[in-house]
Design a protein around this ligand. Structure first.
Ligand code: XMP
Length: 536
């Protein structure tokens, strides 16, 4: 049975990060709303209570009954989680005289406590709380303090129950990962057997059992998530999977043909639908960004549905939903606040059931699974690309000619990013590359990485601006493009990538010399916020 840690979410912004840290210990975990503990699940080996934006005294603070868990499973309370347990078991929590925020050092530590195995004296931790514990319940023992926070950590005597007021999950708690390892591996007894290989084996077996001989439909986008779902399903049910890949005409240069070819090489049964004419005609003359998005969104659903309806024996609709999509969709009261089912009313119309085999994975885990199944590296390390495609990178109205000009410029930029290689220490590459390092990378030494691999996302924007230039002896009056390349870890915030000047010079030259209709290239140096990654 797959062991798991449950993280009860009391609403802190760092709850997901706790999940990441647990997964990094090759241990499966689920983040659940604070009041949704799965009491009848025998695979749970430990519980972590997250932080919260609330004070334990707030009337709307989340309260939960822990008596069925305490004494049965190891518990670690983090920040609010620690304060909450102290509060309900008879300790005292009060507003701190000044907010305790930022770096602090554990000046006293009970070094032989299993939670602190391997800790250094004065270990740096990160605090972020307005309240503080001023007395711990009787039967609880203080096991670490900072100069300002007496009860930085406690344990219930003789019990596997701990609370820490600092945040072990954040980078600035320098031994936070060690603390979580101590809890998850030593205290809870994780076998650390979550791996991409075990995930593939278990999931393929589960899919076989779940789907039997049923036919499944899957929409492909060329992106990592839907591609990995396709390969997993193909392993489980072979030709009983039918994939639909729609070209709305706003894809990158040759992307439809190339990706279709990739899919066919992977042995997938794919129907490619070229619907570009429909989209160009519906988009003609439309300038408003939201109107463009709506036309593409609903047009996409129409085309997808029309194709899917032809597959009359389908029983399931598979989707590339991944864990962060679900976390966004569920607030901690368990209510869906944003739907990710982007194929309209198809499940109801065709009476299809939903199959989402990646719903528990983070993006980098999806990539590990893809690599494990031998998928080509260029499908795995692909940058994110917006659903409406180049339509949101052409400011103003869209014509096939403008798309063509943009595709050419974009192709030069992206190929340039892929071809410009630098040497990087492999340990650093593992840390900084959004898509991770390819299979077979050495454990030590240097590897070659491209600029493409070092950035989160890149593209070219066609501006509705003409400017004067001179080419040969002739005056030109042509359009300008902006190059956009950003670094990010989650697209919520982003910084413009500091691309080498020699690279930018070469790309600018290549675009102006080879793409007719463009005589000026700019580089976008805005961060998000206050700007966004896309221009529309
Ligand atoms: P922004 O521009 O909001 O983009 O900073 C954040 C991320 O979302 C992508 N994006 C979209 N993806 N449909 C999508 O599927 C859209 O309408 C859309 N708009 C932005 C964007 O490329 C970036 O990765």
């Amino acid at each position: 049975m797959q062991q798991k840690i449950i993280i009860l979410d009391f609403g802190s912004q760092t709850t997901q990060l706790i999940g990441r840290r647990v997964r990094e210990l090759d241990t499966f975990c689920e983040i659940l709303p604070y009041n949704k503990f799965p009491h009848d699940d025998p695979s749970v080996i430990g519980v972590i209570l997250s932080g919260s934006p609330f004070s334990v005294y707030d009337p709307e603070a989340f309260q939960v009954e822990l008596s069925a868990i305490r004494g049965r499973l190891p518990i670690l309370g983090v920040c609010y989680g620690a304060q909450y347990m102290s509060h309900i078991y008879g300790g005292k929590v009060e507003p701190a005289p000044s907010r305790e925020y930022g770096r602090a050092n554990l000046e006293t530590i009970e070094f032989d406590n299993p939670l602190f195995k391997g800790f250094q004296p004065n270990s740096q931790v990160w605090m972020s709380h307005g309240d503080t514990i001023t007395a711990i319940p009787s039967g609880f023992r203080c096991i670490a303090s900072t100069s300002k926070v007496k009860y930085a950590a406690y344990q219930a005597e003789g019990e596997k129950l701990w609370g820490v007021q600092f945040h072990p999950e954040v980078f600035h708690s320098l031994q936070g990962a060690q603390l979580l390892r101590n809890f998850v591996v030593d205290i809870c007894g994780s076998r650390q057997d979550w791996s991409a290989a075990s995930f593939v084996d278990t999931t393929v077996a589960e899919l076989k059992a779940q789907l039997g001989n049923d036919r499944v439909i899957l929409g492909l986008s060329g992106g990592v998530d839907s591609s990995v779902v396709a390969v997993l399903l193909h392993k489980a049910i072979g030709d009983k999977l039918t994939c639909i890949f729609v070209d709305h005409g706003m894809l990158r240069k040759d992307e439809f043909a190339n990706v279709l070819e990739d899919y066919k090489c992977l042995g997938l049964n794919v129907i490619g639908v070229d619907a570009s004419r429909k989209f160009f005609s519906e988009l003609a003359g439309v300038e408003d960004p939201e109107a463009k998005r709506k036309i593409i969104g609903s047009g996409f659903i129409d085309v997808f549905e029309a194709e899917a309806m032809k597959i009359t024996d389908a029983k399931w609709l598979a989707q590339g939903t991944i864990y962060p999509d679900r976390i966004e969709s569920l607030n901690i009261t368990g209510k869906v606040i944003k739907s990710h089912h982007n194929v309209g009313g198809l499940p109801e119309k065709m009476n299809l059931r939903i199959c989402e085999p990646l719903q528990w994975l983070f993006k980098d885990e999806v990539r590990r699974v893809g690599r494990q199944m031998g998928m080509p590296e260029h499908l795995i390390n692909r940058h994110p690309f917006p659903g409406p495609g180049l339509a949101v990178r052409i400011l103003g109205d869209i014509t096939p000619e403008k798309v063509h000009v943009l595709q050419e410029a974009d192709d030069i930029f992206i190929r340039g990013l892929r071809n410009y290689k630098v040497k990087m220490d492999v340990a650093q590459a593992r840390r900084v590359l959004a898509a991770g390092v390819p299979n077979g990378a050495p454990d030590q030494g240097e590897i070659e990485v491209s600029l493409y691999d070092q950035i989160w996302q890149a593209g070219v924007i066609l501006l509705p601006v003409k400017s004067v230039g001179v080419m040969g002896d002739e005056r030109t009056y042509e359009q300008a493009v902006a190059l956009r390349a950003v670094t990010s870890t989650d697209a919520m915030t982003a910084d413009w990538a500091h691309l080498p000047y020699d690279f930018m010079a070469q790309v600018s030259n290549d675009i102006i010399n080879h793409v007719r209709g463009i005589n000026r290239v700019c580089y976008d140096i805005s961060s998000k916020p206050p700007s966004t990654i896309e221009w529309e």
